[in-house]
Write a new protein. Structure first.
Ligand code: ZN
Lengths: 337, 282
């Protein structure tokens, strides 16, 4: 495989087996071919399991950004029974980086709010590669208010490299809308489930990330800053992005240890990009289970618990009167480094 | 509530250690002229030639804004640690010690209560000299406790931001989540009817701009402060464009409707007191 995108070289052994399998499957079947296929499949499973059990944080980022990874729109097609898109922020425009609308999931009527990256180049540029402008967050807020008014649970799919950095975005209040959105979400009287499906890029992610349950796909990442941005500032060069990825502790394993993420949704072997159907099925079953448990609580209780959830985030020392220091929160332990 | 290491000033001694303007003379970023440090200090660190608002430490800021001797620090016993075992070229644990030593602060925010022209307020100030004034767990926790106390004690809330660093990278996701934590505390405070005045000073960027700094009932800014979400260099590099003159300044934000007033430092105390009077009940 000479065309492996940079960063995905670790997948080469898997891709080699996959291409061999493909050519075997194209041949007329006989017992020898069938046996080779069986062998290759075993080999594929072993190799993939081996590689994916050892992904480092930088490789995880590559999986989270994989061009074939399912996006919000894919989950809407595969996991939901209906989606009625609602456009516009009723103020400035319709940001394609933020996809919002009514959706049905079995018996549940919900509001979906999610970043959308776009698959083809044309789509990607229309969606600004998943980087929302202020109108995207205003659109999200207006649909979430609507959901609250009619008691619809809200499902947020987070998948963004970050909020859009540009002149127009600054002129139209990028800081303001992200702050307002968190402020709003912390008080909404309806259940909110947030799932990081790919990239959880900083404030742009958190802008639709305040909820009652925070979940994350196994190979997603959720970070205060992109590894490239962090490397640029602290290492003075983007080349150190893999080091920054390691230092930031942003994989699902670290974030569930830190108590930021409630649930990690396991991906199909070899990552969500290899099997959209299976990933969507797992996501759906997670959503159904979680919606079931959240819709039993009163809205007052939900808002109160949501407050306590975010209120308890942070790790610090508390100096006591007797001179002792209490450690509050759960830091990363040596074996997780 | 005990006053500990962050209880006010010994600004003389601290000034010696600070990385920010050293020496007898300082070069004004506004008009490039050399100004005599003592002269600037006499005028609240405003350039006597062009009125550029120079750096002010959190401690000096409290002295400028509060009635003399009225400040009582809260939660100075909340101290930073290194939750991720973070290391770039330097271990974060070491960096913290260095910053504490250099600035005399335990972290980038001081919070507490004091009087502004005899009106009791809850007040928080961030200091851009401590890891760029960035918000990690301690800044988030001190601010959340400040806001909760302001809610319980029905005090007006003043937060003066000077944070070029936004959410602190060295504490990773924990820093990001402080944005949500503090914003949620402000939402409760808002519901209880409290008055929140946010004062933006140079610089207020990233995760600080995109959380508590933007959520004031009233948003004031000092003249010519750099205020924005994405850093100007990031925008320039990503978009490959030249940035317009005055982009992301207080004046730019006023023009686009995001702040209520640009307030000269010499009038800040007066204007805060006035606003509190207009917003009654205190
Ligand atoms: Zn000057």
């Amino acid at each position: 495989m000479n065309n492996t995108p940079p960063g995905l070289e670790f997948e080469v052994p898997i891709l080699d087996i996959e291409s061999k399998l493909k050519s075997l499957l194209a041949q007329p079947l006989n017992s020898t071919v069938e046996e080779s296929i069986r062998q290759l499949r075993r080999q594929w499973t072993e190799t993939t399991r081996d590689i994916y059990s050892k992904l480092n944080p930088w490789q995880t980022v590559q999986v989270a950004r994989h061009k074939d990874r399912p996006y919000t729109r894919d989950y809407l097609n595969l996991a939901f029974d209906e989606f009625i898109e609602l456009h516009g922020d009723k103020f400035f425009g319709d940001d394609r980086a933020m996809l919002t609308g009514f959706a049905k999931l079995d018996r549940h009527k919900v509001m979906v709010v999610g970043h959308q990256k776009g698959r083809t180049y044309k789509e990607r540029s229309a969606c600004h590669f998943g980087c929302a402008h202020p109108e995207g967050y205003r659109k999200a807020m207006s649909k979430m208010r609507l959901a609250e008014k009619y008691g619809l649970p809200i499902i947020c799919f987070i998948d963004t490299p970050g909020a859009f950095p540009g002149i127009g975005a600054e002129e139209r209040g990028q800081s303001q809308v992200i702050a307002e959105s968190m402020f709003l979400m912390s008080q909404l009287k309806t259940p909110i489930i947030c799932i990081v499906i790919g990239e959880g890029g900083s404030g742009g992610a958190l802008g639709i990330g305040v909820g009652d349950r925070i979940a994350m796909l196994q190979y997603a990442y959720y970070s205060v800053i992109s590894p490239e941005g962090c490397a640029g500032i602290l290492w003075k060069s983007h080349q150190f992005a893999p080091d920054a990825a390691q230092a930031l502790r942003f994989t699902s394993k670290h974030l569930s240890h830190l108590g930021i993420v409630d649930d990690v949704i396991e991906e199909p072997l070899g990552g969500a990009h290899r099997d959209h159907q299976q990933m969507a099925a797992r996501l759906k079953s997670y959503l159904l289970k979680t919606l079931g448990s959240l819709t039993n609580s009163s809205s007052e209780k939900l808002v109160e618990r949501r407050y306590d959830k975010f209120r308890s985030m942070g790790v610090y020392l508390e100096q006591m009167e007797d001179g002792n220091q209490n450690l509050v929160g759960t830091p990363i332990t040596a074996d997780m480094v | 509530m005990a006053q500990q290491t962050d209880s006010i000033p010994d600004s003389e001694q601290i000034a010696k250690k600070r990385g920010v303007p050293e020496g007898l003379w300082i070069k004004c970023p506004g008009c490039s002229s050399s100004i005599y440090r003592k002269e600037a200090e006499r005028q609240s660190n405003i350039c006597p030639k062009c009125r550029f608002h120079l750096y002010v430490s959190a401690r000096d800021r409290l002295v400028q804004v509060l009635d003399e001797g009225t400040f009582e620090a809260w939660d100075a016993n909340i101290l930073p640690t290194d939750p991720l075992s973070f290391s770039d070229k330097k271990r974060y644990a070491e960096r913290l010690l260095g910053e504490q030593d250099r600035t005399g602060l335990t972290d980038a925010a001081i919070t507490g209560t004091g009087m502004i022209r005899a009106r009791r307020v809850a007040i928080g100030v961030t200091d851009s000299a401590f890891i760029m004034g960035s918000m990690g767990s301690v800044v988030g926790e001190r601010l959340a406790r400040l806001i909760e106390r302001a809610t319980e004690q029905t005090l007006p809330l003043i937060i003066i931001s000077a944070s070029g660093g936004g959410a602190r990278m060295h504490e990773g996701i924990l820093s990001l989540m402080q944005m949500a934590k503090v914003s949620a505390a402000l939402a409760r405070y808002h519901k209880s009817g409290g008055l929140y005045i946010s004062v933006l000073t140079n610089p207020t960027m990233g995760g600080v701009a995109a959380s508590f700094a933007s959520l004031g009932d009233l948003v004031f800014a000092e003249p010519k402060a750099l205020i924005g979400f994405a850093g100007p260099r990031t925008i320039k590099a990503t978009m490959k464009i030249e940035l317009p003159e005055g982009f992301q300044t207080s004046e730019f934000l006023l023009e686009h409707g995001y702040i209520d007033r640009i307030v000269d430092r010499s009038r800040l105390k007066t204007e805060i007191a006035q606003a509190i009077d207009y917003c009654g009940k205190y």
